[in-house]
Design a protein around this ligand. Sequence first.
Ligand code: HXC
Length: 271
Amino acid sequence: MEMESPFKADIVKGKVGLITGGGSGIGFEISTQFGKHGGFVAIMGRRKQVLDAAVSALQSLGIHAVGFEGDVRKQEDAKRVVESTFKHFGRIDVLVNAAAGNFLVSAEDLSPNGFRTVMDIDSVGTFTMCYEALKYLKKGGQGRNNLPGGGSILNISATLHYTAAWYQIHVSAAKAAVDSITRNLALEWGTDYDIRVNGIAPGPIGDTPGMSKLAPEEINSKARDYMPLYKLGEKWDIAMAALYLVSDAGKFVNGTTLVVDGGLWLSRPRH
Ligand code: HXC
C-alpha cells in the first residue's frame, strides 16, 4: 500500500510540469505525485502505448495530464514537445529530465556507439530539453524582483559515478555529465533568470526499469547485507524528494544533487 504523502495537497498547485520519461518507472511516479499535489502534468516518451496508458492512469486519479510522443535525442522532438506543452497549458514551470538509457556491459565489449547512445539520451538529451524549455521556464513562474523566471529544472542522476561501477562506464560518464549540467545551469540560469536547477541521485529503487536491467538478484541477496537501512528504495521516496526540490519548500536550493539512496553509496562490507 502506498504511503500517505507528508506534504500538503496543494504544494505545487497550478504549476505545469513536463516530465521526460514520465510514462514509466521513476518518471511516472514523479508525474503522479506532482499531479496529486495540484500540478498539471505533461509527459514525454518514445512509446505511444506506454504514454497512453500512463496518461489514462493519471487521469483516473483526477490529474490533468497530457502525453507527447518524442525522443530526447532529437532536438526537433524536444522543441515540439515543449511548444505543445506550453500551448496546452499556457505555461511551463517545471522540467523533469527522467528519460534515461541503460544496459550492463563491460567496457571491453561496449561499442563506441553504445557509449554514445547512452550519452545522447542521458546527457545531451537533458541539455537539449533544458535548452528548448528555457524560454518557457523564464516566463513560467514569478521571478524575484520582477525578473522573469522562477521555474525550476530537476535532473534525475545516479550515484554510480561517485566511485566506479562495474559494466556501467557509459552510464557513469553520462550521469557525471548530467551533474555538471545541473551545476552550470544552476549558476547561469539561477543568476540570470531565477531558475533553480537541481538533481536527484536515486539508489536502487524497486520496481523500476533500471532495477530489472541491473542484476536485481544480486542487490536482493548479497548487497543487502551492507546496505544501510537494509532495503531497496521506493519510487515514492524519489517522488517526495522531487516535490521538495520543485516546490517552494526548496526555494533556496539550487545546483545540488540530492542523494536518495538510504546511504548506500557510502557503504562498505562490515569487517
Ligand atoms: C551492449 C548494447 C546493448 C547491450 C544496446 N547496445 N544494448 N551494447 N549490450 N545490452 C548498443 C548497440 O549494440 C548499439 O551499438 C547501440 O548500443 C545502440 O543500440 P540500439 O538498440 O540501436 O539503441 P536504441 O534502440 O536507441 O535503444 C537505446 C537503449 C535501450 C539505451 C539501448 O536500452 C533503451 O531504449 N533504453 C531506454 C529504457 C531504459 O534503459 N531505461 C532504464 C533506465 S535505468 P552498435 O555499435 O552495435 O551500433 C537508469 C538507471 C541508471 O538509467 C543508474 C543505475 C544505478
